[in-house]
Design a protein around this ligand. Structure first.
Ligand SMILES: [Zn+2]
Length: 327
């Protein structure tokens, strides 16, 4: 028996060597399969909107490979997921979406993705008491989301969203808790500075002209946070078209309050706001459309300042103050 063990040893050694060589060969063929299972790989995170993507990529930093499904000028209410999006979502480690019906046309897809992948509807994690309820009279009974989804325009809510994203990454990758905490703190510090800036700039607008009229009702949280009256031609979803009566009512209000300017949004076609301007001019009052469209539901291009949360928000407030502050 002792001898047979000795006789087997070289055979086992040769077999083991064969396994090692085979493994080396696998690595050298560059197929990347082994690398995909490596725990040092970045977490692959997908966000639906580029507003969300900004927070996700900031909190994730170097540990996360982040991408957005929707680019500049894309309206999230009617965005339909492409085949490529579905493949990307299947491969992602985590999918962040806004929720509260923002991605209305993607509801079915997101419902399916929820079953198969790790997802987080960021706005739906925020306490309902902190959210605005849209005017359901404007939306019709079919609208099944009771809260205004445009939470990014309340900077305090966006800080909460940042903490929600941070905690999700820590849950996925607890070894790097300190990094996510540090990244989130740095992002929130930028939001604090932004809040101070916006607060100061709003004060420059004469009180009676602090009314923000935009293509759709995306700025409700902005209005609540900075004490500005806000009206959208279309309601909180662009799925619901403005009626002729909406254009009439809004133009009456502009004439009555002598509001100097109204605003386009980068992700909404200009015709509605142009119709309001025409109706106001018909009534004998000269309202301007601000030269630059606001970033409502989508950020600007990724390689510009307006491609970031802070940059787009600053851009918006600068455009608003410039247009509403008249002599
Ligand atoms: Zn919207």
């Amino acid at each position: 028996m002792t001898f047979s063990r000795f006789r087997f040893f070289p055979l086992l050694a040769i077999m083991a060597l064969g396994v090692i060589l085979a493994a080396c060969d696998d690595d050298s063929n560059g197929n990347g399969d082994d690398a995909a299972a490596d725990s040092d790989d970045p977490i692959h995170a997908i966000s639906t909107t580029n507003w969300l993507h900004d927070a996700v990529s900031s909190v994730g930093g170097d540990l996360v490979e982040a991408e957005a499904l929707m680019g500049p000028g894309i309206d999230p209410h009617d965005y339909i997921a492409t085949e490529g999006d579905l493949t990307r979502m299947e491969r992602a480690d985590i999918i962040f979406y806004n929720g509260h019906h923002l991605e209305g046309a993607m509801s079915d897809v997101l419902g399916q993705v929820d079953q198969q992948s790790r997802t987080l509807a960021v706005a739906e994690q925020i306490d309902d008491d902190l959210l605005l309820e849209p005017d359901l009279d404007l939306l019709g009974e079919d609208f099944d989301a009771p809260y205004d989804p445009h939470i990014w325009f309340d900077i305090d809510l966006w800080k909460l969203a940042t903490e929600i994203i941070r905690d999700e990454f820590i849950d996925i990758d607890p070894d790097n808790e300190d990094v996510y905490q540090e990244n989130a703190d740095a992002y929130i510090a930028e939001l604090d500075d932004l809040e101070d800036y916006v607060q100061e700039r709003v004060q420059e607008i004469p009180e009676e002209q602090r009314m923000l009229i935009t293509a759709h009702d995306a700025f409700g949280y902005f209005g609540r946070a900075f004490d500005m009256e806000v009206r959208g031609l279309q309601p909180v979803t662009t799925d619901v078209e403005a009626a002729a009566s909406d254009i009439r009512e809004l133009s009456d209000l502009i004439v009555e309050r002598q509001i100097p300017a109204i605003f386009l949004e980068s992700a909404v076609p200009p015709q509605g706001i142009e119709a309001v301007q025409a109706a106001v001019i018909d009534r004998g009052f000269d309202v301007q459309i601000a030269d630059e469209a606001l970033y409502g539901d989508a950020l600007g291009s990724e390689d510009t300042d307006e491609g970031t949360y802070v940059g787009a928000y600053r851009f918006n407030i600068d455009v608003i103050v410039e247009a509403l502050t008249t002599d």
